[in-house]
Design a protein around this ligand. Structure first.
Ligand code: NAD
Ligand code: IPM
Ligand code: MN
Length: 347
């Protein structure tokens, strides 16, 4: 029996993870679910966004299904107590450094992309985003400059071990796909990126079958809109990967459709939509649960080694959407629950 930690979080998090859990339950696998509060909900209940009980459940579990955290109500709290610290804390504590964010156009959704359908239709890419380093985890603070001005700072840093291990994840992923890896950096300006590029090139020696290219992040943002079909696997740092994956979602059609997996070296995994808590639509039953449901499929594939069950979920989501099931982000009026029902009906 596998233990799945359900961490619903804030805003639409509970709405979408509820549907994902229903789908997992319907598969009749030997799964046991335990739920714990996280983010703003946990701050309200226990005074901390990642209480010790929640962290220990995440450690004990075979995999974590995460909703989303964040609530404008908490945006002025001390940074260490804000909801977002929960996901950052989980990534750090569980050493979840490899965030896989696949983006593709689902049949029937070509017209939803912000791009022309013939451009959007070619999207089938995977962003491999590092999630244990970069400006996210460097020294940060505010101080007063000698001129008496308030100054904020966040140190951007990567060491060679951190770069080499995410590079390997990128190469392995490319090997299992179309054999092309594009490393995205800003090596023309940043020392962090120059080291990144050097280490990625060193790692390439072990992957002669993968074609490696390099792109500056500003150009990558442009190229993703110009011709996203050129990308197979993108490997990049924490901040660039965060931004490029939201952009990829809208090139593909909707942020409500994109799942993610964040993995550690020892096979631990946290699964979550790439979207946030969407305070603007929370509590209305209008959120698209597909990103969460597809995250559950990634959970089965990567942590529980149940590829057939993962395929069943993905096929059911594709069929539900292809049949015209549309939540608001997809241009329709279906509720979160109705989308969940439509997927369940096609499992
Ligand atoms: P967001 O992703 O929550 O929302 C951006 C826009 O996309 C909103 O208009 C929202 O309604 C829409 N949207 C997002 N998911 C949707 C879905 N499933 N169905 C339909 N529409 C959807 O980003 P934001 O507004 O910048 O952030 C809101 C809060 O979420 C912030 O507190 C932020 O820190 C947090 N956040 C958390 C995570 C996470 O938990 N992993 C990720 C991103 C943002
Ligand atoms: C994401 C989110 C998080 C990030 C925030 C909420 C800390 O935007 O998972 O994409 O920046 O990694
Ligand atoms: Mn993000």
């Amino acid at each position: 029996m596998a233990l799945i930690a359900i961490l619903p979080g804030d805003g639409i998090g509970p709405e979408v993870t509820g549907e994902a859990q229903r789908v997992l339950e319907a598969l009749d696998l030997d799964l046991h679910f335990e739920q714990a509060p996280v983010g703003g909900a946990a701050y309200r209940a226990a005074g901390h966004p990642l209480p010790p009980e929640t962290l220990s459940l995440a450690r004990r579990a075979d995999a974590v299904l995460f909703g989303a955290v964040g609530d404008p109500e908490f945006d002025r709290l001390d940074r260490g107590l804000r909801p977002e610290q929960a996901i950052l804390g989980l990534r750090r504590e569980l050493k979840l450094f490899a965030n896989l964010r696949p983006a593709r156009v689902f049949p029937g959704l070509e017209d939803l992309s912000a791009l022309r359908p013939e451009v959007a239709g070619a999207i089938d890419l995977l962003i491999v985003r590092e999630t244990n380093g970069d400006v996210y985890f460097g020294e940060k603070g505010t101080r007063v400059t000698p001129a008496g001005l308030r100054q904020g700072y966040d140190l951007m840093a990567y060491d060679e071990v951190e770069v080499a291990r995410i590079a390997r994840v990128g190469f392995e992923a490319a090997r299992g796909r179309r054999g092309r890896l594009c490393s995205v950096d800003k090596a023309n300006v940043l020392e962090t990126s120059q080291l990144w590029r050097d280490v990625v090139i060193e790692a390439a020696a072990d992957y002669p079958d993968v074609t490696l290219s390099h792109m500056y992040v500003d150009n990558a943002a442009m190229q993703m809109v110009r011709s996203p079909g050129q990308f197979d696997v993108i490997v990049t740092g924490n901040l660039f990967g965060d931004i490029l994956s939201d952009q990829a979602s809208m090139c593909a059609g909707s942020i409500g459709m994109l799942p993610s997996a964040t993995l550690s070296a020892d096979g631990k995994g946290l699964y979550e939509p790439i979207h946030g808590s969407a305070p603007d639509i929370a509590g209305q039953g209008r959120a698209n649960p597909c990103a969460a449901i597809l995250s559950a499929a990634m959970l089965l594939r990567h942590s529980l080694r149940q590829p057939e069950a993962a395929d069943r979920i993905e096929v059911a989501v594709i069929a539900a959407v292809a049949n015209g099931m549309r939540t608001a982000d997809l241009g329709g009026e279906a509720s979160t629950r109705a989308m969940g029902d439509a997927v369940l009906a096609r499992l």
